[in-house]
Write a protein that binds this ligand. Structure first.
Ligand SMILES: Cc1cc2nc3c(=O)[nH]c(=O)nc-3n(C[C@H](O)[C@H](O)[C@H](O)COP(=O)(O)O)c2cc1C
Length: 180
């Protein structure tokens, strides 16, 4: 029974995050979802609020009931694992440089435990040297990764960039939790 922070960024694969949240909840974990503004373009917060039985948090500045010190501080307390699935190229770039301009990226700085990233993007984005540089930096900094996988991409191409399947992400989560 663990406490998991589930981050969702703005990529097509965000629809698969509902399955990841569901697998976590079914395993008995407590899941708090944090979405970026872009993620709302791909899937609605009501889905995650219902699956996790907790309101989704997204804003750094709007006062969130229950978080008088700021959600970026209080949401990381007593969290066993922080998993961001999908992780966009944009978030990879931001966190590899320590940028913190929204709630999710700020949480990446305030959180001190294991952080698992499931990148998902078009194959051209994935192959960009800057993206690979950011990933290499994040690996060196101790971030954990699952995927991406090869296969069919929503841009109607086959290549690398597909988010790891929900069951694979969930297995990576379980493996990291067991290592603790
Ligand atoms: C239809 C559509 C699909 C997208 N899919 C992805 C994706 O799979 N991966 C990615 O890195 N960016 C994708 N993007 C671009 C991101 O949404 C964009 O970079 C956004 O700024 C990400 O914001 P976030 O990282 O704060 O969530 C997509 C954009 C659109 C319009």
């Amino acid at each position: 029974m663990a406490s998991i922070l589930l981050g969702i960024t703005g990529g097509i694969a965000a629809y698969k995050s509902a399955e990841i949240a569901s697998l976590m909840v079914k395993a008995g974990h407590s899941v708090q979802t944090v979405m970026t503004e872009s993620a709302f373009e791909f899937i609605g917060p009501a889905t995650f609020a219902a699956l996790t039985a907790k309101p989704v948090v997204s804003s750094l500045f709007e006062s969130t009931p229950g978080y008088p010190l700021g959600a970026h501080i209080e949401l990381v307390e007593k969290v066993d694992l922080f998993c961001i699935a999908p992780t966009t190229a944009n978030l990879l770039a931001k966190i590899s440089h320590g940028l913190a301009d929204d709630l999710l990226s700020t949480l990446c700085l305030t959180y001190t435990g294991k952080l698992l990233l499931a990148p998902a993007m078009n194959c051209e984005m994935w192959e960009k040297r800057v993206v690979q540089r950011n990933i290499a930096q994040l690996k060196e900094d101790g971030y954990y990764f699952v995927g991406p996988e090869d296969g069919w991409l929503s841009c109607r191409k086959t290549g690398t960039g597909r988010m790891a399947e929900p069951a694979t992400v969930f297995k990576a989560v379980t493996d990291l939790l067991t290592q603790q």
